[in-house]
Design a protein. Structure first.
Length: 411
């Protein structure tokens, strides 16, 4: 029987990375977690590392298979022509422990660097392989809780203040003044481990004391440095990523707010729950706080050495309950839909759209009921009517370049 490209339930894949929390995702997804395993990420997409599946006549079929069997029907002709597949990966994250410090390449650079690694014969799954594909990886995330992250280099004045007000970092101030951000960061990332340990040892010990004494809060880099080491046996060898905690902006965003991370902006998630939408790519250059491969020269090539004032994104004024979060990329778009019990949301999908219900529940097209933690996929050209059964919050992922965001008319 031919597949019906309309509306179907969608089930994602859980990633149990060690930094994940043990409660949030099991609760959201109604999964028992008797052994308190970490549930770090929930993926809705076609990534081979965690593919989502679609419910078809009570059976489960991979979304990637459905797209492969008729990409034009599943994605629309323009999206298929432009991207050759589903351009985005939609995720929910529960960050209990800090993630690695990272940066993503531009599309142009990823293409060249990928081909270089291919030509050099570095296997795709080799631990020292940097570029897994030829794509960029812009990311937008919306906070589901109070969410803390590192995002871009602080202002020049703030970095200078950090250096000059620290007994250990003072020696770095002249270098920063003469060589600038790139000179300072490169120097720190290339520093010998013994020197890193002797420079950062007292910094970490003081941070641990200050956190224990309640002298610092989450706005201070010391608080995060202390969190990183407070439960570990010994602090050596010290991770070079600690430098970044002092050099980057510490940002807190609240539920309903978002932030966009473009190529070249170094970042790291610190703590909280969020929804994240990114281009379908694995290209990550890491700068610490990870056991994974760190290629300092490639990291330096991909970082934009400029001071950043973080831009917190607020959604547009709601239209029939939907608020769109503008992201400067063609690969994806994201919106929240907030409904009460009294009115419906009308929508005509222009792309492969995914909906994830995180609060409340709804009935779609008078036939499919969707509960908290459930998701559904809508293929292009289908009309939707979403009727909430009470206070309901839904996230919608879509492809904006094609899905010329339609003004929803009331029925
Ligand atoms: Zn990232």
């Amino acid at each position: 029987m031919a597949f019906d490209y309309c509306v179907h339930k969608l089930t994602g894949s859980v990633q149990h990375y060690s930094w994940g929390g043990t409660k949030f995702l099991p609760q959201l997804l109604t999964i028992e977690n008797p052994n308190h395993a970490p549930f770090a990420e929930y993926w809705l997409g076609v990534h081979a590392g965690g593919p989502a599946s679609v419910e078809v006549n009570q059976q489960s079929v991979l979304l990637s298979d459905i797209i492969a069997s008729d990409p034009v029907a599943a994605l629309s002709a323009p999206v298929y022509e432009q991207f050759g597949g589903l351009p985005y990966l939609f995720k929910v994250l529960d960050v209990k422990d800090m993630l690695s410090i990272q940066v993503h390449p531009t599309k142009e650079y990823a293409k060249v660097a990928f081909e270089k690694e291919e030509a050099a014969g570095v296997a795709l799954d080799a631990p020292n392989r940097n570029y897994k594909d030829q794509n960029h990886k812009p990311e937008i995330m919306l906070a589901m809780s109070e969410f803390w992250l590192l995002h871009g280099f602080k202002s020049e004045a703030k970095i200078l203040e950090t250096l000059e007000n620290s007994a250990e970092f003072q020696v770095l101030a002249p270098l920063y003044k003469s060589e600038g951000l790139a000179g300072l960061y490169t120097f720190l990332m290339e520093m010998e481990q013994a020197q890193v340990d002797s420079l950062l040892g007292p910094v970490i010990k003081r941070a641990l004391r200050n956190k224990q004494d309640g002298k610092i809060d989450k706005t201070s880099p010391e608080w995060w440095v202390a969190k990183l080491y407070e439960n570990s046996h010994g602090i050596y060898p010290i991770d070079k990523g600690v430098f970044s905690i002092y050099l980057f902006n510490i940002v807190c965003i609240m539920p309903g707010q978002g932030i966009f991370q473009d190529a070249g902006v170094p970042h790291a998630y610190l703590e909280g729950q969020n929804v994240e939408l990114m281009a379908n790519s694995d290209n990550v250059l890491r700068g610490g706080l990870t056991p994974k491969h760190i290629d300092v020269p490639e990291l330096i090539k991909n970082i934009k050495f400029k001071h950043i004032e973080p831009v917190i994104i607020e959604g547009t004024k709601p239209c029939m309950g939907e608020s769109v979060y503008p992201a400067p990329t063609q690969d994806f778009g994201i919106a929240t839909i907030k409904l009460g019990g009294s009115y419906s949301f009308e929508h005509e999908a222009q792309s492969l759209d995914m909906f994830l219900v995180v609060e409340g529940g709804c009935v779609v097209n008078n036939q499919m009921s969707v509960k908290t933690g459930e998701a559904f996929v809508v293929f292009p050209g289908n009309k939707l009517n979403i009727h909430a059964s009470g206070k309901t919050l839904i996230y919608r992922a879509f492809v904006p370049s094609i899905a010329a965001y339609s003004q929803h008319e009331e029925n």
